[in-house]
Design a binder for this molecule. Sequence first.
Ligand SMILES: [Zn+2]
Length: 277
Amino acid sequence: MSRSGSLLHNGMMLRLFIRPLLFWVALLAFPTESRAQTLRGSPASVNRIYQQAIDQELSFFPSATAIRESVESGDLVRLTGNADYTLSDVSYPYAVPAAQTFVVRLASQYRSACGEQLVVTSATRPAAMRLVNSVDKTVHPTGMAIDLRKPTNSRCLTWLRKTLLTLNSAGVLEAVEEFNPPHFHVAVFPTQYGSYVSALSGTQIAAAAPAARATTAVTAAPSRSSSSSSSRYRVRAGDSLWTIARKNNISVQALQAANNLRGSRIVVGQTLVIPAR
Ligand SMILES: [Zn+2]
């Protein structure tokens, strides 16, 4: 008796809450069909990620030496681990600055949500180092991809899936749940993720903020820069578009627009125009 009663109740819950929810989810998803709405991955997803790496003019580092040089020039930064995340068997614990920011932010939220450390299992890999099962279009050699261990705790697993899915929908990264071996492969899109975090900075909004809000922020950013009093900045070791933009309180897109940059690559000694806010 109580069982059928509970089924009936569940049916009502479905009608009252889930359907309107699905409607809103569908509505939000509609204009973003080129973004991943699942964590399943696909050949299209592989192509989207690869295309982002090309569009943003990221380098595919061929060797350990190339990785070391890019760490010196500041194109890649070290994942050091902290109270919120640890690294397990990571040969090259380096990533583009946006991917490092992603790890730090996600790990902090992950630890407060489920009480354990996030585990990074892979970051930059030289193109020469091909793993079994790795696809030809892997972006690990760029440093934009991070592999995360799949939590064994089901509550943590649910949280991680939900959060990555939200970020997928926001179009700031593309996460895929892999099964052999089990892990989450996350390709962080530096420009989009940088703008997303810029838009959130100063406020305490979680990474799981509504996708619509993030999308608005991403598209609204570039037109704001005024021409009143721009300044110049000489790029130093350790700089990235993201750190320079943050230091000057402007968006990465505004910085790119002022300097006619399509991607995120800058070199030490290069002079950048810093647009007025
Ligand atoms: Zn991966």
